[in-house]
Design a protein around this ligand. Sequence first.
Ligand code: ZN
Length: 171
Amino acid sequence: MTNKLNCPVCGYTGIEGNNCPNCDTDLSLISILQELPILETSLPKSQVSRWQLVTAGLILLIGMGLGILSSFVFMQPQVMTASVTVPSPVIITTPNPELNSIAPKVSSQPPEPLTYTVKAGEHLSGIAEKFCGRGTSWQVMVEANPQLKGREDYIDVGEVFKIPNCKENTG
Ligand SMILES: [Zn+2]
């Protein structure tokens, strides 16, 4: 492993050994330096990489600063528009309590009791047969209207009688 050296004094090339055969210059220091090429070449490279890192960091910082500034500039109109659009959903979600309270009252109204007004020439048996079917006794009408006891054959025209639940009474 013998490195050929170049004489820095006279320019002689291909020197084997530590002394220049042309000008007797001691080349031992040059040979030592050439045996450590990694350290000589790595130092400037690391310095360049550090500078690149520093410049890259500065560029990043500048970019971040510009980004923050641009975000502040662009966020201001967004905040203004957001404040304008906030009240609209509040108006939409306002409930109507009157509609909700009226609906169940209408549906829960009790049905009116079924009544019948006596017409001319009618008898209790006819009325019972009209609502409860043929063959129904007039007594179901008396059970539903206790005021008829004792005068079953003398009902008046225009009298209002309650119509009994025929299915319960005939069963
Ligand atoms: Zn020389």
